[in-house]
Design a protein around this ligand. Structure first.
Ligand code: GDG
Length: 498
């Protein structure tokens, strides 16, 4: 899709973190390594084509800003677009990032209301750091720049930019779910947040459900707004300000994952991984350490499957990869302990000669190694209690080049809207239902697996990350909004067969 923006208007991206990591070399000097996620891959050519700028925090605090800016400058030359840092003090990091973003918005938007810590100091820092971001953006924006803000850390940025007199078009994409009104209402700063979101020109959500939740909140808590609901993209007006509200399910660089999975190196790695588990089906779980990902419930479901279906013992191995995350937040280290106790109890209960039921890995892997795990596993078990999208599900499908893998997927992931036709859908709170799904998939014949995987792979291939970027940018300026494909949410009633 060719858009006005892809034809030359400059682009500014702002996200909490810059797409880089700062490391120290053997001499102790700082050096920068570029990031490699799907978003960076998709945005890099667009940014490069128009000399764009990516603005964000480096992840370090109280740093020598002169030194960091200098390092970013030379990295920018290599990348072909500019990287600009927002520098934070340790107080700002604690209040804005660890506090308001990760102990208020993250749990609230994932329906974990009782986990929220509504500390007014967090809010003050969130507000002032959003202003700090806005100042850096304003200093780098040109008259024609399109400004694209990412995620829950930066909801107030449009308001701050407008206060600074910036009149450019500003888009916003929320990577996590948007809660329904009865949850959102608990937020002490609900009016500030919702009104800030209405300052954007385009608001993007992962699914239609998130978009509908947002519109319901707006209708409940905002006066004098008109919203005409179209199916994929709605149009709103408040005073003179017009905005668009759409669902844009984020995706992955499908071709890159499929290519990597087919490479000789990954094929070899995949073979070596499976060699240790002969004549067993590997069930793979890959998650950041996070209470939203449903890891304890998944382990309980696996245990339930071993109890109720003894023929599975010795024939399946759950390989659970947990990637370290947000270590400084106490609830995350409690979760780690809970998972480790469960793994050890289940292994203690069922281990038999030549078979350990659960292989637990607490580490982060290089991408090619992760791809080898995807490729070699017969089943992916993805059961978050709530997830904006879940890219792991899409990556598993892209890497399943033999097309004999099966995907068991939580109905509370954003990915379920797109993948429910090929996946086996489960309620992640229902340990018996997940156990039944494991049993069903274990016995599923090759033809059914292949026809399901074909549907999954086609969908991920068609709606890849490049299409996602294009459709978001197109939605800012499109004259007609009817051309955007409608992706219906999964409805559990579709699963009921009796
Ligand atoms: C948020 C939202 C939304 C995982 N382990 C390793 C590794 N990963 C990569 C995966 C995948 C990414 O991390 C995880 O993405 P998810 O989408 O599954 O989950 P969140 O981190 O919670 O992401 C989520 C997403 O934003 C995008 O909008 O889908 O709902 O919560 O890409 O491959 N990468 C490497 N080593 C690992 O060990 N290199």
């Amino acid at each position: 899709m060719e858009t006005e923006y892809s034809e030359g208007k400059s682009l500014i991206i702002a996200s909490n973190r810059l797409p880089i990591t700062i490391k120290r070399n053997e001499n102790g000097d700082k050096q920068i390594e570029p990031g490699s996620g799907g978003l960076v891959t998709a945005m890099a050519p667009v940014l490069r084509n128009r000399g764009g700028t990516w603005i964000g925090w480096t992840g370090d605090v109280d740093t020598d800003s002169f030194e960091i800016n200098h390092l970013l400058q030379s990295q920018s030359r290599e990348l072909g677009y500019l990287l600009k840092a927002v520098h934070l003090s340790s107080e700002e990091r604690d209040g804005y990032y660890r506090g308001f973003a990760n102990e208020v918005l993250w749990p609230l938007f994932h329906d974990f209301v009782s986990t929220c810590i509504f500390d007014p100091d967090y809010w003050e820092h969130y507000d002032s750091v959003n202003e700090k971001f806005a100042k850096v953006i304003a200093a780098n924006a040109r008259g024609d720049s399109f400004i694209w803000i990412h995620d829950y850390h930066l909801m107030r940025v449009a308001t701050k930019l407008r206060e600074l007199g910036v009149r450019n078009k500003i888009g916003y994409f929320l990577h996590i779910p948007f809660p329904p009104p009865d949850i959102f209402v608990r937020l002490p700063w609900r009016f500030q947040i919702i009104n800030s979101l209405l300052d954007y020109d385009l608001l993007g959500f992962q699914t239609n459900r998130d978009k509908r939740n947002f519109i319901r909140c707006v209708r409940t808590y905002v006066k004098n707004i008109r919203i005409r609901g179209r199916r994929q993209i709605a149009e709103g007006q408040i005073g003179d300000h017009k905005l668009r509200i759409g669902a844009f399910p984020i995706s992955i660089d499908y071709n890159e994952f499929a290519r990597m999975a087919a490479s000789e190196e990954v094929s070899r790695k995949a073979w070596y991984i499976h060699e240790d588990y002969p004549e067993k089906q590997i069930i793979l779980g890959v998650d950041r350490l996070d209470y939203t990902k449903g890891i304890p419930e998944r382990l309980q479901a696996f245990r339930n499957a071993l109890i109720r279906y003894p023929e599975l013992r010795g024939k399946i191995t759950l390989m659970q990869i947990v990637v370290p995350s947000r270590k400084q937040i106490p609830s995350y280290s409690d979760l780690k302990t809970e998972i480790e106790v469960l793994v050890s109890n289940i292994n203690g209960e069922f281990t038999d000669s030549g078979w350990i039921p659960i292989v637990y890995i607490y580490q982060s892997f290089p991408r090619d190694e992760l791809t080898a795990y995807y490729r070699t596993s017969e089943i992916a078990l993805i059961t978050p209690l709530k997830d904006g999208m879940n890219l792991v599900a899409k990556e598993y499908c892209a890497c399943n080049i033999e097309r004999t893998g099966a995907l068991i997927l939580s109905e509370f992931t954003g990915a379920s809207a797109q993948l429910y036709k090929g996946a086996i859908m489960v309620n992640p709170h229902d340990v018996v239902g997940i156990a039944d799904a494991i049993h069903q998939v274990f016995h599923m014949n090759k033809e059914e697996r292949m026809s399901r995987m074909k549907v999954l792979r086609r969908s991920v291939r068609t709606y890849d990350i490049f299409r996602w970027v294009d459709s978001f940018m197109e939605a800012v300026i499109a004259k007609k909004l009817d051309n955007f494909p409608v992706i219906e949410d999964f409805n559990p009633v579709d699963n009921v067969t009796t």
